[in-house]
Structure formats: structure tokens, C-alpha cells
Design a protein around this ligand. Structure first.
Ligand code: ADP
Ligand code: MG
Length: 247
């Protein structure tokens, strides 16, 4: 049981806006184990981002139970959610979400600055390690506007992994990238996974989904399929992490 990192039981999310009720998620029950690499796919509006927001404690459900690393986080305070989120969750977004007037090192350090358990020198060490992992150390003093999309997403990956989170949540991480940069980012995720990271990635792209080891399909706020990926990674179209960071 101890390797069950995420356990969702009958999770429901209804958005109430003016007169309208949107049932974004209905009775989602699933378990993600430590070290798993899971993809989530489904048509636009089916609830993928809502699910990721709940998993990442950015939002709360309107029903059901969520256990993260054995702790019930369904009904905790906003402050407690923020504290757990900062320590346990790394986010990667489609639009990179880097802060334009912070340089690369400052962007990667930003989520760490909310952690009271880290000193400045520890933070700097973690930033250095994370940038090395994505091969962006040489761009530490650059600003996001001075980087390509692929480089910006690599910095965003560094920001997500800098705090050694329990899980990396990625929402369409290659959605704004050309195919070469997309492959580079996917290769980075592969590498992180091979080093033990737990990854949950929303993607439209079947080629990206195929790199995960488990595919979950969502339709109208419900899980309609949840299957293991057969190990037939097409070597001809994949690139290695070394090739990836050369982009
Ligand atoms: P996906 O990421 O699969 O495209 P979303 O999770 O963003 O889908 O949205 C699922 C449904 O919930 C959609 O109908 C969307 O309009 C609705 N929704 C998402 N966020 C909100 C919100 N903050 N307020 C109201 N409705 C929302
Ligand atoms: Mg979405």
C-alpha cells in the first residue's frame, strides 16, 4: 500500500457559475503509484485540466476523497494545501508560465522561496542541480524572452523538479512547441521517469501518450479507459535525452 502515491475515490467537481452548473468531473476513482508515468487524454472540455488542478491541490473537489501519500487532503485549509503543493508537486504548463521579468535562475528558485525549510544556499544548490538536469545552466542569467520555446519549457521543467517533488504534473507540456522541441521535452520527461519520478501528463498527442506506461482516457468528466501501454516504443521516432538537450 505504501507505494500508492495518489488515491482518488469518487471525486466530483461541479463549477457553479451564475445560473449554470458544470459537472466537470464525475466519480473519478483512480490510484497512481510511486514511479508511474501516466498520461491523461480526452477531447477538449472533458475535464483533464480540472483533474490535474485537483491532483496538484490548486483547487478542491466538490465531493469524494483524495489521499496524497497516505494523507487525506480532501478537506484541508488553503494554507495547508499551498504548503503541501510547494513541497510535493511540480507543475509544467502548456504556456511555460515563466515570469518575464525574472531571469532563468530566479524563475527556477521562485517556488522554493515559499519553503521555510530551505536556506538561501540550499535553494541555490537546488536551482543549480535542476538547471544542470535540463542542460540550461549556461542560460541562468537570461530572461525568458531571450530563449526559444523549447528552452523556456526546459526551464519550466527545471522549476518543476527543483524542489524534488513527489509528483510532476504536466498539462499539455508540448502543446506550444514544434515537433523537435516537443520531442526534446518528452525525452526529458522520459529521463526523469527513468530516474524514479512519478509523472502525470495531460496530452492530446498519441505519440506523447505512448511514451507513458499507462494511458487514462477521460470523456465527459469520467474515466472511460485505463490501460497499460505495451512496450513498443518506436525507436526510429524517439530521440535520446542527450539529443534532446542539444536542441
Ligand atoms: P480540458 O482540460 O479537458 O479541456 P477542463 O478541465 O478545462 O477541460 O474543463 C472541463 C469543464 O469544466 C469544461 O466544461 C469547462 O468549461 C469547465 N470549467 C473549467 N474550469 C472552470 C471554471 N473555473 N469555472 C467554470 N467552469 C469551468
Ligand atoms: Mg485543459
Amino acid at each position: 500500500m505504501s507505494n500508492e502515491l495518489i488515491v482518488l475515490n469518487q471525486i466530483q467537481k461541479i463549477f457553479y457559475t451564475e445560473e449554470v452548473e458544470t459537472h466537470a468531473l464525475s466519480n473519478i476513482s483512480l490510484t497512481i503509484k510511486e514511479g508511474e508515468y501516466v498520461s491523461i487524454s480526452g477531447p477538449s472540455g472533458c475535464g483533464k485540466s480540472t483533474l490535474l488542478s485537483l491532483l496538484g491541490l490548486l483547487d478542491t473537489s466538490t465531493g469524494g476523497e483524495y489521499k496524497l501519500a497516505g494523507h487525506d487532503v480532501s478537506n484541508i485549509s488553503k494554507e495547508e494545501r499551498a504548503r503541501i503543493r510547494n513541497k510535493e508537486i511540480g507543475f509544467i504548463f502548456q504556456s511555460f508560465n515563466l515570469i518575464s521579468d525574472l531571469d532563468v535562475e530566479e524563475n527556477v528558485e521562485l517556488p522554493l522561496t515559499y519553503r521555510k525549510d530551505l536556506s538561501k544556499s540550499q535553494r541555490q544548490e537546488m536551482v543549480k542541480d535542476a538547471l544542470q538536469k535540463v542542460d540550461m545552466s549556461h542560460r541562468g542569467k537570461h530572461f525568458p524572452s531571450q530563449l526559444s520555446g523549447g528552452q523556456q519549457q526546459r526551464v519550466a521543467v527545471a522549476r518543476a523538479i527543483a524542489g524534488n517533488p513527489s509528483i510532476i504534473l504536466a498539462d499539455e507540456p508540448t502543446g506550444n512547441l514544434d515537433s523537435k522541441n516537443a520531442q526534446a521535452v518528452m525525452a526529458l520527461l522520459d529521463k526523469l521517469h527513468s530516474e524514479g519520478a512519478t509523472i502525470c501528463m495531460v496530452t492530446h498527442d498519441p505519440r506523447s501518450a505512448e511514451r507513458a506506461e499507462r494511458n487514462i482516457d477521460v470523456l465527459d468528466g469520467q474515466v472511460i479507459a485505463d490501460k497499460k501501454v505495451l512496450p513498443n516504443h518506436s525507436e526510429s521516432t524517439s530521440i535520446t535525452a542527450e539529443e534532446a538537450v542539444a536542441v
